[in-house]
Design a protein around this ligand. Sequence first.
Ligand SMILES: Nc1nc2c(ncn2[C@@H]2O[C@H](COP(=O)(O)OP(=O)(O)O)[C@@H](O)[C@H]2O)c(=O)[nH]1
Ligand SMILES: [Mg+2]
Length: 359
Amino acid sequence: MSFFKKILNKIPFLNKDKENKAELEEEMVKDAGSADSSEKSVFFGERKPTLEEILAEHELKSVPQTQQAILDEKPDERIKLEKRDLETLEEELIRSDLGVNLAMDFVEKIREQIKSVEIYRDELQKKLQDYLLSAFDEILREQGSEKFALELSKEGPTVVMILGVNGVGKTTSIAKLAHKFKNEGKKVLIAAGDTFRAAAEDQLRTWAERTGTDLIEMPHGSKSSAVVYKAIEKAKEESYDVVLVDTAGRLHNKKNLMEELSKIKQVIEKNLEEGKYLLETMLVLDSSMGQNSLSQAEAFNEICDLDSIILTKFDGSSKAGVVFSIAHKLKLPVKFLGTGEKMEDLESFSVESFTRKYF
Ligand SMILES: Nc1nc2c(ncn2[C@@H]2O[C@H](COP(=O)(O)OP(=O)(O)O)[C@@H](O)[C@H]2O)c(=O)[nH]1
Ligand SMILES: [Mg+2]
């Protein structure tokens, strides 16, 4: 189910899954007596309606199995949004990691527009879509849409440094990128820059074998910059198109990370001819970590000036909103979505396909 539908399905009035009249009636009586009832409903004005009035409103004689059924039977049915529906919408948008600001702003816009009470369900969905697309559009205009693609250098190698905290999917993403570029006929080299854990090297060796890519590794505990140096030398001598650099997932010691990253960058910059290579610093974020990802991204961005993001574990994620908050808050493009554990499970990001698929 799409992100929008999931959100709209959580708005109580639209989707009250009440099987019988009594239950619905009871709830309405409760509502009418609650402290809330002093608040003006955008739907009915001051007074809460009776069940009969609601049914008459929908030209129905009895309560259907579910409110959803009303919408299915009569797709054109106008729905009346009440204040609490808008509150739920706002909560759901925030919960789906759209970010508080975007969610509040959107609901405020809707509130202004629907003072006159009625809206089609489809219209509401469309409004949300349009709003997000225009918010996205603004970011795209600021960043340039070409920025959402990972461009390769025309002369010399493209070096992709993969960063992120432990377990987000850095090594898996390297395998996926290796697989993708291999399929595109590129010559790919992987640098096993995570020399911190022996298991990381074994994991990467397995992926290099499976993807049929070459691997530069050094004994466990070697300096990452030394591994990268070796990889850059090989890339120059043997004309590799892409060098994928794995790194250790440390953030707890920012100073070490900063030193390591700046050494790696120095090695790349010193050993490749200016203008004849590209360096892309990509941060890997786990989409299921929601807003936490944003603070991680901010910390990494401070340290090393990120170029872009890979958002992993997007399979089955109802957190599509995080892409908007990343773009909105960090002004960083999400270039790839990881959608599973296999090397094929990588989607190149495009605004069009993203909105088509997830909204
Ligand atoms: N479902 C799913 N799992 C993923 C994805 N990317 C990575 N993983 C899993 O996340 C775990 C950690 O991945 P790994 O690449 O070792 O993370 P690293 O510590 O950042 O290098 C592994 O079990 C991966 O299979 C993804 O896009 N979807
Ligand atoms: Mg790893």
